[in-house]
Ligand binder design. Structure first.
Ligand code: MN
Length: 341
């Protein structure tokens, strides 16, 4: 029997495991990690230090998207059997992905054929814009942005250099994605591995007639404000974002997960960007934010939907990030659209 005094409160245990108490309660409710002891009167959960490894294992398996029943079986296995089980699970994930890739190819082909029959608008856009670009409490400013009447883009550099994001944006403006990738490949050096230690994200909106063409790699975001409603147009290329959208992680788990910032796409040779098109309407507002903004301001909607000039909106966002402690570089670009008829 474990002595009661060696048990940790849920708060202390959560801190030691690098998780939140809420995530641990979820794991208990799901039957994945029952506490060593539950006080029959107060209902307080207490954990044994020997459960730390199990808690971290559950968090990692959740990140793989493993179904609950399978995690439940796996946590009771010895390490060698657990290793085989993880391998077997992953082999099936990869096989499923390959099958789905074939289906995707067919579907995209069909949809493209349909798209060809549709007409495009000939309206010309007028864009009014404002921006804020601040260093926050970081030693380097690794965010960069450009704003021209036809092109708005942000880039968030990582690693120990501050020249990568601006170089990528300048090259993108001239040579598109191919230009940006080759610029980065040269600038960062020949030894650019799949997971570079220095690099950048890139999220761009090019205006063309009445459409916005979006090119997106990484965890910056494009937002659309239409009729007073805020929608997120891009999907974050992080491991946790995909799982959140699939309902396989809760918001709280994602927020506290040790790997929450793990990018799974950056500007590297061979990268496939998300390309999308938004058909614009009069009075639409497009907003670009780097993660230094949307990771620290919980609800951007009241700010981004504000009836104010673009620069006033950008300034208000910067103030909100400042109030949240601005741990990261933060950049916001606000573009209000009108049409010249
Ligand atoms: Mn950032």
């Amino acid at each position: 029997m474990t002595e009661p005094q060696t048990l940790l409160t849920i708060g202390d245990f959560a801190r030691a495991a690098g998780l939140t108490a809420k995530a641990l309660r979820l794991y208990d409710d799901l039957g994945l990690l029952p506490p060593a002891e539950v006080d029959p009167h107060s209902g307080y959960r207490r954990y044994a230090p020997s459960q730390l490894e199990g808690a971290r294992l559950v968090a990692t398996l959740r990140l793989l998207g493993m179904p609950l029943a399978r995690i439940q079986r796996l946590v009771d296995l010895r390490p060698a059997a657990a290793a085989r089980e993880v391998e077997a699970y992953w082999a099936q994930v990869e096989a499923d992905t390959a099958t789905r890739r074939h289906i995707v190819t067919t579907l995209v082909h069909q949809l493209r054929n349909e798209a060809r029959t549709m007409t495009t608008s000939t309206h010309t856009l007028h864009a009014a814009y404002g921006a804020s670009h601040r260093q926050g409490r970081r030693d380097l400013q690794q965010d960069a942005f450009i704003a021209t009447p036809e092109l708005f883009a942000v880039a968030d550099g990582f690693g120990d250099r501050d020249d990568i994001a601006p170089a990528a944006l300048a090259a993108f403006a001239v040579g598109g994605l191919t230009g940006a990738v080759s610029e980065i490949a040269q600038g960062v050096g020949a030894a650019l591995p799949d997971q570079p230690s220095s690099g950048t994200t890139l999220t761009a909106v090019a205006l063309d007639g009445a459409t916005a063409r979006i090119t997106h790699i990484g965890d910056a975001r494009v937002w659309l404000v239409r009729d007073g409603e805020l929608q997120q147009v891009t999907h974050d290329h992080t491991v946790v974002a995909g799982l959140l959208e699939a309902g396989q992680l809760t918001v709280d788990e994602a927020r506290s997960h040790p790997h929450r910032n793990l990018l799974n796409r950056a500007l590297t040779p061979g990268v496939v960007a998300d390309e999308s098109v938004v058909d614009l309407r009069r009075d639409d507002r497009l907003v670009l934010t780097t993660d230094g903004v949307h990771s620290f301001v919980d609800d951007l909607a009241p700010l981004l939907t504000m009836a104010a000039a673009p620069q006033a909106v950008a300034d208000a966002v910067a103030v909100a990030v400042g109030e949240a402690g601005e741990p990261d570089n933060h950049t916001v670009v606000v573009v209000d659209l009108g049409f010249i008829t």
